[in-house]
Structures are given as C-alpha cells and as structure tokens.
Design a protein around this ligand. Sequence first.
Ligand SMILES: CC(C)(COP(=O)(O)OP(=O)(O)OC[C@H]1O[C@@H](n2cnc3c(N)ncnc32)[C@H](O)[C@@H]1OP(=O)(O)O)[C@@H](O)C(=O)NCCC(=O)NCCS
Length: 163
Amino acid sequence: MYLAFDMSDSATPQPVTISPIQNEAELFQALAIREVVFIEEQHVPEGIERDAEDAKAYHVLAFQGGHAIGTGRLVMLPQAPERQEGTWAQIGRMAVLQSSRKARVGSKLLETLEAEAKRRGVTGIKLHAQLFALEFYKKHGYEPLGAVFMEGGIEHLEMQKKF
Ligand SMILES: CC(C)(COP(=O)(O)OP(=O)(O)OC[C@H]1O[C@@H](n2cnc3c(N)ncnc32)[C@H](O)[C@@H]1OP(=O)(O)O)[C@@H](O)C(=O)NCCC(=O)NCCS
C-alpha cells in the first residue's frame, strides 16, 4: 500500500495577511477575537469592551489559512492630546489569539494601522498600553508618558508616537 503525506500544513506556516474589514460579518469576527482575548482571557468587563467608536473606526483583521487570528482598530481623535498639535488618531483593541502570539502578527496589525493613519495625514498616534505590552509598543517607536491609570481593571500607560 502506498501512502502519500502532505506535509505542507505542518512544515510550512501559512502566510499571515492583514486587511481592513469589508463587511459586517468581518466586524463580528473582529469583535469575536476581542471577546476571547479581552473578556475571556483578561476579564475586561463586557460592558466597556465594545463602545461607540466601533461603528466608525477603521478595523483590521489578520488572517492565516482562512482563519481570523488578530485584530486592531484606528480611531480619529476630535482633538490633539494635551500639549500636542495637529490631527491625531488612537490605535486600540489590539488583540492576537494566544496561539498566534510572538510571531509578528501584532506587529503587522500595528504597521497596517499606522500606514492608514499616515495615509490620512495624522501628526501622531496615541494609545493606552497595558503595562505588560509596553515593550511591544516601545519596539514600534511609542514613548510612554504620564502616570499609570486603570482601564477595565488593568494597569495602563498612555503612549505616543509622532510621524
Ligand atoms: C500585545 C499583542 C497584540 C502583541 O502581539 P504579538 O503578535 O504577540 O507581537 P509580535 O510578535 O509582533 O511582537 C513584536 C515584538 O514585541 C515583543 N513583544 C510582544 N509582546 C510582548 C510582551 N507582552 N512583552 C514583551 N515583549 C513583547 C515580541 O517579543 C517581539 O519582539 P522582537 O521584535 O524582539 O522579536 C499580543 O500579545 C496580544 O494580543 N496580547 C493580549 C491583548 C493585549 O494585551 N493587547 C494590548 C492591549 S494594550
């Protein structure tokens, strides 16, 4: 008997692609990833995880092998942060499924959101970083400022990056 084994799945990781959400079904995929990561894993209260910004934000999804494995969003801010000028945006709700972390998926999501922000001509980006994720954002050029504050029961610091 001859058995053929297709090793392509296990030997070669599938490429990761990042794309903006195209429709409501993809928005629900993004929200489902956030539910797993923030509500189930990090115990962020359900009532604050989804907010009014979701309806107008620019959302991206990371796909691998046809599955959505990560998400993030860009929100235009009505005014610049304190002591800053120009047009600013906020990146947030960055979430990669646990099994896909430390494989540059988060970096690709962040870079895609930054590229969109630059396309919109923003002066800078701010974000609220969980303390444990500080190094991730520092590696992408964000600088922490101000004091630690609580959001969703988790310690955060504001970080900014100017273009
Ligand atoms: C934060 C998060 C989005 C990072 O995604 P990721 O795909 O694991 O990150 P990457 O693989 O692109 O990491 C890029 C670099 O940052 C580092 N890094 C990532 N997460 C880190 C962490 N928690 N602590 C220290 N370094 C970290 C990586 O080691 C890597 O370093 P390298 O370039 O020297 O190899 C992901 O860990 C996540 O979804 N966490 C849970 C949700 C969350 O907390 N979101 C952030 C809210 S502010």
